[in-house]
Design a protein around this ligand. Structure first.
Ligand SMILES: Cc1cc2nc3c(=O)[nH]c(=O)nc-3n(C[C@H](O)[C@H](O)[C@H](O)COP(=O)(O)OP(=O)(O)OC[C@H]3O[C@@H](n4cnc5c(N)ncnc54)[C@H](O)[C@@H]3O)c2cc1C
Length: 469
C-alpha cells in the first residue's frame, strides 16, 4: 500500500510491483487525462530541475520514459554546456559535461510516470481516497497491518503487508504513529521562508538560443532574490522568481517584471522584457527544510516505510527532492531484495529506516550548508560550518575558471559522488590557491564576471543514456 501518488509514491509503487502480487497506490487528488497542475502538488507549476541521479533512477525503472518525453516536447540538454548559471558573482564555465538535464514542466514528467505505473498489471491506483491513519496488529506484535481510508463512500479499513508513506511534506505520520502508541520522530529544521512565483512565457521571436536555461542563483549572505528561465515543452519559457525570508515577487505582471529587474544581475530581466506572458502567475511558499529522523526512534513498527518529502523535505532551490525520492525508492528495492534472500518480510521496516539517512545526509548537508550562510536562516549550525563555508565559496568562484574543479563540483551536485570529490588534492589545491590569491587581488580580475552569459561551447541535445532495459 503506497500513500501518495506523486514522484516518491509512483517510484515506490513501481518498485513494490516487482516484489508483491498486488500494489495499491492511494492518492487524495482525482486526476484528469493529461498533464495538469493539481491541489496535492502545489509545487507543480514551478520550475523543476531533475538532477542526473534522479534521471538515472527514472530511466532504470521506466526505460522508455525519456524517449517519450522528448517526443512530447521535453528536451534533454547538456547540464553545463546548455546552461547559463550565475552564482556568487561569477558565471560558471560552460563546457560539455556529458550529464543530461531534462527540461519540461513538472506535470508532464509526473503524468508520464503515472501512466507507466498504471500500466503495470499488479498496480491499482485509487484516486480520491485519503489515508487517515494506521491499523496495528491487535495480537500485539506491533506490526502495521493496514490503513484507515476515507473513500467517497465513507471510512474503510484496508489491509496491507507493507505500508509506504510517500505523502509528502505535509505527511501526518508523526501523529499517526503517536495515535497507535509510538513516539514522534525528532525533527531537524532550517527555516528559510522561501517563495516561488512563476509564469509561462512565449520567448521573444528574435531569441538566438544563447542558452536553454538561465539560472541567477541567490548568493548568500547578501542576495535574497533569484530568478530562473527554462525552456519547456511547447517552445515556451517557464520563468520562476524566488525570494528568501519573506521576500516574494508580486503576482500581477508589472510587479513580477519589476521584481525581475531588481535581481542582482540584469540578464534575466533583459530577456524577459522582450517575452510575452501566457497564463496566470502562480505562487507557492516554503517555510523550511525538514528532516524527520525516524531512524532515531527507539521503537518503530514492522510493516512501515517512510520516504520522499515525508521523510525529508529539502530546500527546493537545489533541485534535490525528486532525486532523493528516487534514491529512497531504489533503497527500498535493495532492502526488499535482501529480505527475499532471507525469505521473510520481517525486519524490512527497521533496516530501511536505519539506512535511509545514507541517501539523505549529503544532499541535506549541501542544501542546508548553503542556506545557513544566511544569518537569517534559523537552524542548528554544526561545528566547523565557518570553515566549510569559506571553502565552499572559494570552490564556487573557482567553478568559473577551472574545468576540473567544475566537473568535480558537478559530480557532487548531481549526487554522483560524496564530499571527497571536492576535497581531493587536484581540487583542493587550486581552490586553496584561489583563496590565497583572492585575498591579494579582487575576484573580478581572477574570475569570469562577464556582463553577458558565457557562450555555448557545445550546443545541441545530449543523447539519452540507457541504464537498464
Ligand atoms: C516550489 C517547489 C519546487 C521544487 N522544485 C524541485 C526541483 O527543481 N527539483 C526536484 O527534484 N524537486 C523539487 N521540489 C521537490 C519535489 O517536488 C518533491 O521532492 C517530489 O515531488 C517528491 O515529493 P513526494 O512525492 O515525496 O511528495 P509530494 O510531491 O508532496 O506528493 C505527495 C502526494 O501525496 C498525496 N497525499 C498527501 N496526503 C495524502 C493522504 N493522506 N492520502 C492520500 N494521498 C495523500 C498528495 O496529494 C500528493 O500527491 C520542489 C518542491 C517545491 C515545493
Amino acid at each position: 500500500m503506497v500513500i501518495g501518488g506523486s514522484m516518491a509514491g509512483l517510484l515506490s509503487a513501481r518498485v513494490l510491483a516487482d516484489h508483491f502480487d498486488k500494489v495499491t497506490l492511494v492518492e487524495r487528488d482525482v486526476r484528469g487525462e493529461g498533464p495538469a497542475a493539481r491541489k496535492g502538488v502545489p509545487q507543480g507549476p514551478h520550475i523543476h530541475v531533475l538532477l542526473d541521479t534522479g534521471r538515472r533512477i527514472l530511466d532504470t525503472y521506466f526505460p522508455d520514459l525519456f524517449e517519450q518525453l522528448q517526443v512530447q516536447g521535453a528536451e534533454l540538454i547538456d547540464s553545463s554546456g546548455d546552461l547559463a548559471w550565475h552564482h556568487f558573482g561569477v558565471w560558471k564555465l560552460r563546457h560539455t559535461s556529458g550529464i543530461p538535464g531534462l527540461l519540461c514542466t513538472r506535470p508532464l514528467l509526473e503524468w508520464n510516470v503515472l501512466r507507466r505505473v498504471k500500466a503495470r498489471p499488479n498496480v491499482a491506483v485509487r484516486e480520491g481516497c485519503s489515508i487517515e491513519g494506521l491499523i496495528r496488529d491487535e495480537k500485539g506484535t506491533g506490526r502495521i497491518t493496514g490503513v484507515r481510508v476515507k473513500t467517497p463512500q465513507g471510512e474503510e479499513s484496508w489491509e496491507a503487508d507493507l505500508v509506504v508513506d510517500a505523502s509528502g511534506r505535509g505527511s501526518r505520520m508523526p501523529q499517526w504513529l503517536e495515535a497507535i502508541g509510538y513516539a514522534r520522530p525528532e525533527e531537524e529544521q532550517v527555516i528559510v521562508d522561501l517563495s516561488y512565483t512563476t509564469c509561462l512565457h512565449e520567448p521573444p521571436p528574435h531569441f538566438q538560443k544563447e542558452w536553454k536555461a538561465l539560472f541567477l542563483y541567490p548568493s548568500p549572505p547578501k542576495a535574497w532574490r533569484a530568478g530562473f528561465i527554462s525552456h519547456v515543452e511547447g517552445g515556451r519559457w517557464l520563468v520562476t522568481l524566488n525570494g528568501y525570508f519573506g521576500e516574494h515577487a508580486p503576482t500581477e505582471y508589472q510587479g513580477f517584471l519589476e521584481y525581475a529587474r531588481s535581481l542582482t544581475r540584469p540578464d534575466l530581466y533583459n530577456y524577459l522584457k522582450e517575452a510575452t506572458p501566457i497564463g496566470p502567475i502562480s505562487q507557492h511558499k516554503v517555510k523550511d527544510c525538514r528532516w524527520r529522523h525516524y531512524e532515531k526512534l527507539a521503537r518503530f513498527p514492522e510493516g512501515l516505510a517512510i520516504l520522499g518529502d515525508a521523510a525529508c523535505a529539502f530546500n527546493p532551490l537545489y533541485g534535490q527532492g525528486m532525486s532523493v525520492a528516487g534514491l529512497g525508492a531504489e533503497l527500498l528495492d535493495t532492502c526488499l531484495r535482501e529480505q527475499a534472500e532471507r525469505g521473510e518480510l520481517s525486519g524490512l521496516a527497521q533496516r530501511f529506516r536505519e539506512r535511509l539517512p545514507e541517501v539523505i545526509r549529503l544532499p541535506w548537508l549541501l542544501g542546508t550548508g548553503m542556506d545557513l550562510l544566511y544569518p537569517q536562516a534559523v537552524g542548528k549550525r554544526p561545528f566547523g560550518l565557518g570553515l566549510l563555508h569559506w571553502y565552499l565559496l572559494r570552490l564556487m568562484e573557482r567553478t568559473s575558471t577551472d574545468a576540473h574543479v567544475h566537473r568535480q563540483f558537478y559530480r557532487i551536485l548531481h549526487l554522483h559522488a560524496g564530499l571527497e570529490a571536492v576535497l581531493q588534492p587536484s581540487v583542493a589545491l587550486p581552490v586553496l590557491g584561489h583563496g590565497v590569491m583572492s585575498l591579494l587581488r579582487p575576484l573580478e580580475r581572477l574570475a569570469n564576471t562577464e556582463t553577458r552569459p558565457p557562450p555555448l561551447t557545445r550546443p545541441g541535445p545530449v543523447p539519452v543514456q540507457k541504464s537498464r532495459s
